[in-house]
Ligand binder design. Structure first.
Ligand code: GTP
Length: 597
């Protein structure tokens, strides 16, 4: 296709502002899909994504649109993930296209992720077309939101397209704006092949499918390609486009987007952002700025039933084949036996993987406290990258500990500002900025990542009644007074409950954990002390009193079925327990004990 007839774009929006609905409409209007095949949110392919209403993997679709000028254009829409955990994937996919539709819900206005995503689009030098969505809602205030976009983001919103993705009003204008306002891609057909690896995933029939954007040259079936970062060489088997189903074509020329398959065995062999060229006469200049995405949050995953260890191993292996940003290595815990230490891009990523292990593979899991990567500097001058508090060296060997910090941007209506500030303060935050976006406050905080990974987002939603929006980026490491706190149940340390805490918060944290565990661990026939300790020093303590009576005693010996039921119920409850020495700890205790309300 001629470059002048191609437009490549993404849609950036805050979650729920209507990105997927608009994408569906665009597909429908260009009759890329027959009406009867149209199902909602076509681009979100995985079930779990659909259930949670989030888009995880970048996805793409090729639309053919005959514009008012009578010409037919190829429009490649790339769908980007909407969550902070996948920020790196968003920034890569942005670099694969030339323009963005900035979708803002006209009844809500600009939110934290609107800003984060539009800044990424601007960094990628995109032409941006503002789209005000949901104008069918009585609460829509397009004029106000237009002003907000100009004030806060600093782009001209006078030509913003007003639409309702739901009813379809205004959507044809969006197609016209894509053609007239977004630039055509640039590239040279005669140059050596240079293509960006935008995304990849495993397909049961085709093996690894690679989504590419060709910058220069031509990609054809039979080419022998080279991945520049990994050095891998592969013969191309298929080249095609998404409409949105996969459709083979002969070649992808400059400016085009599509897929290739090439007997690549695992998704791990493909790196998002890598440059693809040909083995012979290839380019020697890779695209700039490639970096593999790195896990930032780690936790242990252990089967509740140790007999399921092998099943867990298989399941983790399968999931890793398809997700290069998920890491795992075997771990043994004195308390939990054999399991895996796994690394994730963030908490949502962790939850998605855990859910899939439990639901798709049917494995009950114990998840240990999520931890960030600490930099532990030892007195002998070496530095240890610590992923697991259980690995914390003896304090006498430690010179200092540094932890990762983030810059968090929060938008919140004024009435909840006080509570939000308090929450950030409680999480050891340092305020960097406080300004106003219309009637809402925009606060910027420097916060320790460890204080955010666990339940910060839930707490933020709860203190703001769901109105606050949040986005963050990593800013680096800083030293602080960090110590390892252990929990002892019946005098035995439970390593899965070890956490790193700030010295000044240790007592309070320890007290809350002991109190929670007291509630979460059922009574036994003997007294169970629960203690929190730093080094050898106990800083908090609770005791679970001994259980005296048989649970069936209160059935007055009469009703046998009732007694049976009660015993069965006890047995079922037991399945989700884990034995520690003489004490049984329920599965949920591991996570719930760590929540800080
Ligand atoms: P994520 O995929 O989770 O990032 O969300 P999204 O931005 O793709 O939003 P989505 O398209 O899923 O829309 C969110 C909700 O808003 C859904 O319930 C839609 O039905 C609704 N919605 C989208 N567009 C409109 C609109 O124009 N008017 C109205 N009233 N509702 C809309």
């Amino acid at each position: 296709t001629e470059l002048a007839k191609i437009r490549n774009f993404s849609i950036v929006a805050h979650i729920d502002h209507g990105k997927s609905t608009l994408a569906d409409r665009l597909i429908q209007l260009t009759s890329t899909v027959a009406d009867r095949d149209m199902k909602e949110q076509l681009l979100d392919s995985m079930d779990i994504e659909r259930e949670r209403g989030i888009t995880i993997k970048a996805n793409t679709v090729r639309l053919e649109y005959t514009a008012k000028d009578g010409e037919t254009y190829i429009l490649n829409l790339i769908d980007t993930p909407g969550h902070v955990d996948f920020a790196y994937e968003v920034s890569r996919s942005m670099r694969a296209v030339e323009g963005s539709l900035l979708v803002v819900d006209a009844s809500q206005g600009v939110e934290a992720q609107t800003l984060a995503n539009v800044y990424q689009a601007m960094e990628a030098d995109h032409e941006i077309v503002p789209v005000l969505n949901k104008v069918d809602l009585p609460a829509a205030e397009p004029a106000r939101v237009r002003e907000q976009i100009e004030d806060v983001i600093g782009i001209d919103a006078s030509d913003a397209v007003e639409i309702s993705a739901k009813t379809g009003i205004g959507v044809p204008d969006v197609l016209e704006a894509i053609v007239t306002r977004l630039p055509a891609p640039k590239g040279e057909r005669d140059a050596p092949l240079k293509a960006m690896l935008v995304d990849s995933w495993y397909d049961a029939y085709l093996g690894v499918v690679v989504l590419v954007r060709v910058i220069d040259g031509v990609l054809k079936k039979g080419d022998k390609i080279k991945m520049m970062a990994t050095g891998g060489l592969y013969p191309v088997e298929r080249v095609g486009v998404f409409r949105p189903g996969m459709q083979p074509i002969n070649e992808l020329g400059p400016g085009e987007m599509g897929f290739l398959t090439a007997s690549i065995k695992q998704v791990r062999d493909t790196r998002v952002g890598d440059t693809i060229t040909t083995e012979k006469k290839g380019t020697d200049k890779p695209l700039p700025g490639f970096k593999p995405s790195q896990p930032v949050v780690f936790c242990g995953l252990f089967p509740v039933d140790s007999a399921e260890f092998e099943d867990l191993r298989d399941a983790i292996e399968k999931l890793s084949l398809n997700d290069a940003s998920f890491s795992s290595e075997m771990e043994t815990s004195a308390a939990l036996g054999f399991g895996f230490r796994c690394g994730f891009l963030g908490l949502l990523h962790l939850e998605v993987i855990r859910d899939r292990l439990e639901r798709e593979y049917g494995i009950d899991l114990i998840t240990t406290a999520p931890s960030v990567i600490y930099h532990v500097y030892l007195r002998d001058g070496t530095m240890l990258e610590m992923h697991n508090p259980a690995d914390m060296p003896d304090v006498v060997k430690v010179d200092r500990v540094e932890e990762p910090r983030i810059k968090a941007t929060i938008l919140v209506p004024d009435e909840f500002l006080g509570d939000v500030l308090k929450l950030c303060q409680d999480r050891r935050g340092m305020q960097l900025d406080l300004t106003y976006v219309g009637t809402r406050a925009m606060v910027v905080y420097d916060l320790p990542l460890s204080e955010v990974v666990f339940d910060f987002y839930d707490r933020l939603k709860s203190v703001s009644k769901g109105y606050a929006s949040f986005d963050y980026e990593m800013i680096g490491y800083a030293e602080d007074q960090l110590v390892k706190m252990q929990v002892l149940v019946n005098e035995e340390p439970v390593d899965a409950l070890s956490i790193m805490v700030h010295r000044s918060r240790a007592e309070a944290r320890g007290r809350v954990m002991c109190e929670k565990l007291k509630e979460l661990i059922p009574q036994h026939l003997f007294k169970i002390p629960i203690q929190a300790a730093i080094g050898g020093r106990v800083i908090a303590r609770e005791t679970i009193s001994a259980l005296r009576k048989d649970v069936t005693a209160k059935c007055y010996g009469g009703d046998a079925t009732r007694k049976r039921k009660l015993l069965d119920k006890q047995k079922a409850g037991k399945k989700k327990m884990r034995q520690f020495g003489r004490v049984e700890i329920p599965q949920e205790a591991f996570i719930n004990a760590l929540k800080m309300d």
